[in-house]
Design a protein around this ligand. Structure first.
Ligand code: GTP
Ligand code: MG
Length: 371
């Protein structure tokens, strides 16, 4: 509508141009009949006549955040499982803890079920599900936080009781604090004769993690990941913290999620492990993931079992994308394939253009540095 003259607008409004000129004058715009008006002036005029501006909000279709940050309908929210990340210093027992939890819990009731490795899995405790992100904790935090997606609800900091607080323990604490995620401390390897859990508690007070027994509010659980000691208690504490958080999502909307890991399989093509955060993902859904797109062909859980749908906090492995996305990429499902394709292609084009300028810059840099 930009460039429309006063006379043209008057015609549209079924008013006399003189009336409009008077109105415009009142709002501080001096104009003649054949003068074209600025967008702002037209909007002011429209407001004067109680007309909603016809101007549509310009949406950059390649901006995934626009789709990702759609408004939430509070009335549709239902409880969802907590998403837990395990972090800590090298060799303090993160993988052992994840493996023991998975082996004792995931395969329960799954006679003969082969547990496949996927970057995330779900277990059940007292009828409630808990999702674990089985990625190197730090990487998951940094890549996903850098993309504005805080996928983790609870951080478990594993500290070996014989080794105590180490540099990466501190790093993990800082990551969790920066993400504003509640921390549960799992003091591991308490089966070892050299274990000294009290020393770990003492050391952690320096970082503001004070156990409840000492008047603080941090939950500490002494465990042996290797021998499965106290793991039920750890799970109970996770459920307790999750309950306080009142974690909710709307399962009815189109799915939103984040990529936990992705790879290119020789026979299946691109495969991505995705954590669903909002809505429900369905086989056949058109999706945009990072700068790639496609249609969900096959969806499996950590047991390799095929799923038709996946709701909030469910980790799934998907196929059907054109290329492999990156960890931390956002997944957005669309109603129709056409929209998904145009958004996907716009993003792809944009990414390629950015890459080109980046390459160009490197070339220039090289040129200057070689002079
Ligand atoms: P990175 O992935 O390298 O950072 O190590 P991690 O934290 O995953 O440690 P991992 O689970 O690989 O365990 C390191 C070593 O500690 C292994 O030899 C485990 O068997 C041992 N370990 C882990 N948990 C326990 C435990 O509860 N008790 C004892 N005695 N050993 C444990
Ligand atoms: Mg490990």
């Amino acid at each position: 509508s930009e460039g429309m003259t006063v006379a043209e607008i008057a015609k549209k409004l079924h008013r006399e141009p003189a009336e409009l000129i008077k109105k415009l004058f009142m709002i501080g715009v001096v104009a003649t009949q054949n003068q074209s008006l600025s967008k702002d002036a037209i909007e002011l005029l429209a407001a004067e006549y109680g007309i909603e501006s016809e101007e549509k909000v310009e949406v950059d279709i390649s901006d995934l955040d626009v789709y990702f940050n759609q408004e939430v309908d509070e009335s549709k929210l239902v409880e969802r499982p907590a998403v837990v990340t395990i972090m800590g210093h090298v060799d303090h027992g993160k993988t052992t803890l994840l493996d023991t939890l998975r082996n004792t819990k995931v395969s329960e009731g799954e006679a003969g079920g082969i547990t496949q490795h996927i970057g995330a899995y779900q277990i059940e405790k007292d009828g409630k599900k808990i999702t674990f992100l089985d990625t190197p904790g730090h990487a998951a935090f940094t890549t996903m936080r850098a993309r504005g997606a805080n996928v983790t609800d609870i951080a478990i900091i594993v500290v070996a009781a014989d080794d105590g607080v180490m540099p990466q323990t501190v790093e993990a604490i800082n990551h969790a604090k920066a993400a504003d995620v509640p921390i549960i401390v799992a003091v591991n390897k308490v089966d070892k004769p050299s274990a000294n859990p009290d020393r770990v508690m003492q050391e952690l007070t320096e970082y503001g993690l004070i156990p409840e027994a000492w008047g603080g509010d941090t939950i500490f659980v002494n465990i042996s990941a290797k021998f499965g000691q106290n793991l039920e208690e750890l799970l109970e504490m996770i459920l307790l913290v999750a309950e306080v958080q009142e974690l909710k999502a709307d399962p009815d909307r189109l799915a939103l999620g984040s990529v936990v890991e992705a790879r290119l399989d020789k026979s299946k093509g691109p495969i991505a492990t995705v954590l669903i955060q909002e809505g429900t993902l369905r086989v056949g859904d058109p999706v945009v993931v990072g700068t790639t797109h496609g249609r969900i062909r096959v969806m499996v859980n950590e047991k390799g079992r095929r799923l038709k749908t996946a709701g909030p906090s469910t980790p799934v492995e998907i196929t059907g994308l054109n290329t492999a996305p990156l960890a931390g990429d956002q997944l957005v499902a669309f109603e129709d394939e056409k929209t998904a394709r145009s958004v996907g292609e716009a993003r792809e084009k944009q990414a390629m253009a950015e890459q080109r300028t980046a390459t160009h810059r490197v070339t220039l840099d090289n040129l200057f540095s070689s002079l």
